[in-house]
Design a binder for this molecule. Structure first.
Ligand code: COA
Length: 329
């Protein structure tokens, strides 16, 4: 029997219309456009302004677009996975909420929390379900309303994050394409450098936690940066080596868009020219688990069947991950 390999059969992205530019941020905190661009590579990001909408609504738009584009009927979806660090609520899962809004009935859905590495962690889970024959069509969506946990009076992190969602359809193929290899890593040492202090079972919400701004992102930028630079470069090189990929036969690098300098370090380690690196950090900033599918969505026209792609990410936890894909359409 031919071995089934899971593959991406379609991709769709969604970002809210409102733009928050570096110039806008200059009015809000003590920063400037030149500093932000040179330290991060970001010029603007999208923000979901409507307070009645959340991550599930961004995810819903991405999934609806994906289903329409791939002519997929709701009845064909076997599983919906959402990766998010900004769930609408602690429970139910944002995947359940997206499923409900889509009108899915009896279809399993759950969330994956691996912060910025969420999409690659999600790919690894979808891959198992498809390759063991349990499910035929899996929808994987990264959806983030990062603006809901950003303190717009804190210049150390408000410049980085943006809102958005990206979704992929994963199915089996018998061709020589697909999600070939995945590497996943984590190290709890990172929790002290990047977390949201309150709102969970450790520090439930109180008047005090709100007054102390403990429901926003706590980020020690320099410590995160140091770890991210090393680990994202290391795992990207590792997945190349173990799959005999070289700067010549690797067609695309799809990095998590956290900071252009982190991407540059990985690119250098991999020995890749600029034209092989997908970048959209300048317009969307760091949308956490949505960055990679948003890149794939924007570059989809340029991808050819058989192209070799390396995806890699680093995020809170710490978590980091890489995937080797042979594009299948
Ligand atoms: N505008 C202007 N100056 C700023 C600033 C801003 N938005 N943010 C910080 N600064 C200042 C600091 O106060 C500091 O000033 P000082 O030297 O007078 O004390 C100086 O710039 C350097 O601060 P530092 O935090 O060392 O800057 P950095 O070069 O590390 O850049 C980040 C800050 C946040 C951009 C960077 O650390 C980063 O990208 N970290 C990783 C974040 C990340 O990827 N998070 C998501 C995980 S995937």
């Amino acid at each position: 029997m031919t071995k089934l390999v899971a593959t991406i059969k379609g991709v769709y992205g969604y970002v809210p219309a409102d733009v928050l530019s570096n110039k806008d941020l200059e009015q809000m905190v003590d920063t400037n456009d030149e500093w932000i661009r040179s330290r991060t590579g970001i010029s603007e990001r999208r923000i979901l302004k409507d307070p009645s909408l959340a991550s599930s609504d961004l995810g819903l738009e991405a999934v609806k677009g994906l289903l329409e584009k791939t002519n997929t009927d709701l009845s064909e979806i076997d599983l919906l996975i959402c990766c998010t660090a900004t769930p609408d609520m602690l429970f139910p899962a944002t995947a359940n909420l997206i499923s409900g809004k889509l009108g899915l009935k009896d279809t399993p859905s759950f969330d994956i929390g691996a912060a910025c590495s969420g999409f690659i962690y999600g790919l690894s889970v979808a891959k198992q379900f498809v390759e063991n024959g349990a499910y035929k069509k899996v929808v994987l969506v990264g959806a983030e309303k990062m603006s809901s946990i950003v303190d717009y009076t804190d210049r150390s992190h408000c410049i980085i994050f943006g809102d958005g969602a990206g979704a992929v359809l994963i199915e089996a193929t018998e061709e020589e394409t697909g999600i070939i290899d995945i590497l996943l890593k984590s190290d709890g040492v990172g929790s002290k450098h990047l977390h949201q202090k309150a709102g969970g079972s450790l520090n439930p919400a109180t008047l005090e936690t709100v007054q102390n701004k403990e429901h926003f992102i706590h980020q020690e930028g320099a410590a995160v940066f140091k770890f991210a630079v090393t680990k994202m470069a290391e795992i990207s090189a590792q997945i190349m080596e173990r799959n005999n990929l070289t700067p010549e036969n690797l067609d695309w690098f799809v990095p998590h868009q956290a900071n252009k300098r982190i991407i540059d370090a990985a690119q250098r380690r991999m020995g890749l020219p600029d034209e092989k690196v997908m970048l959209n950090i300048q317009k969307f900033g760091n949308t956490t688990s949505a960055t990679i599918p948003l890149c794939l969505w924007e570059w989809e026209d340029k991808l050819k069947k058989g192209d070799n792609l390396v995806l890699s990410a680093f995020g809170g936890g710490f978590t980091w991950a890489a995937a080797y894909l042979k594009w299948s359409y």
